[in-house]
Design a protein around this ligand. Structure first.
Ligand SMILES: [Zn+2]
Length: 433
């Protein structure tokens, strides 16, 4: 078995819970004392830190949202003097101010540890060559993976995102064994590799850690076959620490959450009520070891479910399912909740089209209309019109069966849907304009 920290990753739950409670109590005391925002919120609820005596008391605490971070821009929620902050990252806001996060030296240490666990679980060790094609900079993806890879002693190739042809050339020349990037970029790399006439047998790649956007099991198969690797899902968000919040083991039956650092809950996004094991809802995290920016019950907007049964790998850390969507990506069409990932699954299952698609939502005569643009492969596109029409019908039926609403499918020429070197833009909602 491959573990980075067997003691923590395989700890008996009772012992883990004792550690979690101790750390939670300390965190609540710290934010109450050092962050006026939290003190005020707790006072409004009639709470003092001494009220937190048990893990179930977590539910008494107030939620924190992305808006709260924006309202306290840039440093209002930091819990240490700014002289203790050694790093600042920010996530780009499409609207308004970015979300700013700060790390102490201790926090960077935690980040390295949780990313080391992530990479080791994906088969990396000190002999690995880890090509980091996540963006470096204010985005946490690049540096997060970087710290973990250095911690395990691997050889880091800090190439950052973009410059796709050069990525591929260096992947061949440097003998990259582990690739880290977004799943949609991994597919784009595979596609560009084909165009360049480079065969996957020329690569030494063994595995990849892919995250920062939701992806389906079918997309996993696609990446695995095109790059001849084992593809691992990783989960993280800058507010909580960056990548390294949760990771897959070799059994790939959900992502183990590093819950000795990040305490998860699943809530009903409408009511805030805590849901039981296995129920789908919004994932919420309380960080229990972070110094710079501790967050209490931070609402991630990601929809998933938790499973506490023991994993075959021996880790006792709770597993979260792949994120099936986001509360804010979730599009409501004719009253039905639709996630782009559902459509992606359907397309990849059919195999006759490329996994490049875009959803266009509009309102015509007060009725919601969903149009799905799907790219066909070069081979299909050269086929006769009748065959394309049949394919269009087949896709329409498959999507309608899955979503339970009517859709309009439009096949488009190969490579006409915009490619992304970061997160893919899947939805254009014209109703909001
Ligand atoms: Zn496992």
């Amino acid at each position: 078995m491959r573990y980075w920290d067997e003691h923590m990753e395989c700890m008996e739950r009772g012992t883990l819970q004792e550690i979690q409670l101790k750390r939670l109590v300390e965190t609540v005391k710290r934010v109450y004392t050092s962050v006026p925002y939290y003190r005020k919120k707790m006072q409004e609820l009639g709470l003092i830190p001494e009220d937190i005596k048990d893990l179930s008391d977590l539910q008494k605490l107030p939620f924190t949202t992305k808006q709260d971070l924006r309202d306290n821009y840039p440093y209002g929620l930091f819990a240490v003097p700014l002289s203790e902050i050694v790093r600042i990252h920010a996530s780009s806001g499409t609207t308004g101010k970015p979300t700013v996060v700060g790390y102490t030296k201790h926090d960077i240490g935690i980040w390295s540890e949780v990313m080391a666990r992530t990479l080791v679980a994906a088969g990396a060790d000190k002999h690995s060559f880890v090509q980091i094609a996540y963006g470096y900079g204010l985005f946490t993806g690049g540096l997060g993976v970087h710290y973990g890879a250095e911690r395990i002693g691997a050889s880091v190739i800090p190439i950052s995102s973009g410059n796709t042809k050069r990525q591929i050339q260096l992947m061949v020349d440097f003998g990259t064994t582990v690739l880290a990037c977004t799943p949609s970029y991994a597919l784009y790399l595979a596609e560009t590799m084909e165009e360049m006439g480079i065969d996957k047998s020329q690569l030494k790649l063994k595995s990849g850690v892919f995250g920062a956007e939701p992806w389906s099991e079918n997309m996993r198969k696609e990446i695995e076959s095109k790059l001849n690797i084992k593809a691992y899902d990783i989960y993280g968000l800058s507010e909580v620490i960056g990548p390294g919040v949760a990771f897959e083991c070799e059994y790939q039956c959900g992502m183990h959450i590093n819950e000795d650092h990040f305490l998860p809950e699943i809530i009903n996004p409408e009511t805030g009520e805590v849901l039981s094991e296995g129920e789908y809802g919004e994932l919420v995290f309380t960080t229990i070891t972070k110094e710079g920016l501790p967050l209490i019950r931070y609402r991630t907007r990601d929809i998933t479910a938790l499973h506490y049964d023991r994993c075959k790998c021996g880790r006792t850390l709770v597993r979260m399912e792949k994120v099936i969507g986001r509360t804010d990506d979730m599009i409501i069409i004719k009253g039905v909740n639709v996630f782009p990932s559902q459509i992606e699954s359907v397309l990849l299952e059919m195999g006759e089209v490329e996994p490049h698609y875009q959803l266009i939502v509009d309102r015509v005569n007060n009725l919601d209309v969903l149009e799905v643009l799907v790219e066909v492969s070069e081979r299909m596109f050269s086929d006769e019109v009748r065959k394309l029409e049949q394919l269009e019908k087949k896709i329409t039926k498959a999507i309608e069966d899955t979503l339970g609403i009517s859709v309009k499918v439009r096949l488009v020429e190969p490579k006409t849907i915009e490619r992304s070197e970061g997160k893919a833009k899947r939805v254009i909602d014209k109703r909001k304009i």
